[in-house]
Ligand binder design. Structure first.
Ligand SMILES: [Zn+2]
Length: 323
């Protein structure tokens, strides 16, 4: 049962499950809409909901506020552990079935040790080399080696490229990408030590100075930009930039956001505005820029020329903007 299920039970909202329980359909909670047949859907992974009839929508916190009339935090309704799982799901926009995470460091090391036996350097595996150097990823041998990419031909991460996360030289987890088509729900699977991961910024160890940094969404975006010669490319491994990440990000004189240009959801642009506002609150004169990619593309999909053009036309982000 998801956090959303638990909250619907506690608030006594009737629902019908759709898409194997991934969505719940319920009567619209807009006081101005008397909804005789259920017109609203909520996604149980993200907590976002929408009434298809009147357009009333929001996140899980808003739903609780509208229904209970109280300003509440989720922890009043669910256990800390459930709340944490929900937030992690929300970051990765996928089911937690694809995410193994450990707070207990001994258990983490133990399980990680077992998995590591199945991993080989990617350059030594034909399938992995084919996937990583092929038209989709376009990575060079140098990139594959310098990011210590591995491949697993056995175990829970079978047929996956492993992207290890290092922090101060210690392995604190990894992401894995299934190399074949299909299996869409779990294209990516993560293995994380949560306490180590909270403030983690990918690729900090390869930063050469504090002149500027480029912040991207994912590790493959990052690798492509490094190959084009951008020296300080980092990633929070989602579009989320938290206060805990800022201690690492604020060291740079210029900060350039290069998030996906998602035409439909505008998720990338919204995330940039949110992160920029957070940074400008703490450091009002920080030079922030937005690198606008061709519509609908992420850095791995854009051509070299398109990327260079976007970096030549950086857009300065100055004061607060409302989305
Ligand atoms: Zn409605």
């Amino acid at each position: 049962m998801s956090v959303v299920h638990a909250i619907f039970e506690k608030l006594q909202i009737e629902y019908v499950e759709h898409k194997d329980g991934e969505e719940l359909r319920f009567r619209c909670i807009n006081p101005k809409h008397s909804d005789s047949s259920p017109s609203a859907d909520i996604n149980t992974l993200t907590g976002y909901w929408l009434c298809r009839s009147c357009g009333f929508k929001g996140n899980l916190e808003r739903l609780i506020k509208v229904v209970s009339g109280e300003d509440v935090d989720l922890s009043q309704y669910v256990s800390l552990d459930e709340e944490f799982r929900f937030k992690v799901q929300n970051i990765y926009k996928q089911s937690l079935k694809g995410i193994s995470r450990y707070d207990d460091i001994i258990q983490f090391d133990d399980t990680m040790g077992n998995e590591l036996k199945n991993f080989k350097p990617a350059m030594e595996c034909e399938e992995a080399v084919k996937y990583l150097t092929g038209v989709k990823r376009k990575l060079t041998e140098e990139t594959i080696t310098s990011h210590k990419l591995h491949y697993s031909s056995e175990g829970d991460y079978k047929n996956r490229v492993i992207i290890p996360y290092f922090k101060n030289g210690k392995l604190i987890g990894f992401n894995s990408r299934f190399i074949y088509d299909g299996n869409k729900k779990f294209r990516y699977m993560y293995f994380l030590s949560h306490s180590q991961f909270e403030d983690y910024v990918y690729n900090l160890e390869n930063v050469v100075d504090n002149d500027y940094c480029v912040i991207v969404e994912g590790p493959f975006d990052l690798m492509i930009l490094r190959q084009l010669g951008y020296k300080n490319v980092i990633s929070t491994l989602s579009t989320r930039v938290s206060e805990k990440h800022l201690q690492h990000i604020l060291q740079f004189n210029k900060i350039i956001f290069c998030f996906d240009d998602d035409k439909e959801s505008k998720a990338g642009q919204k995330a940039v505005i949110k992160a920029a506002n957070l940074i400008l609150e703490i450091s009002p004169n920080k030079q922030l820029y937005y690198c606008k990619l061709p519509e609908g593309k992420d850095p791995t999909e854009a051509s070299e020329d398109e990327l260079k053009e976007a970096f030549n036309k950086l857009i300065r982000i100055k004061k607060k903007q409302n989305d």
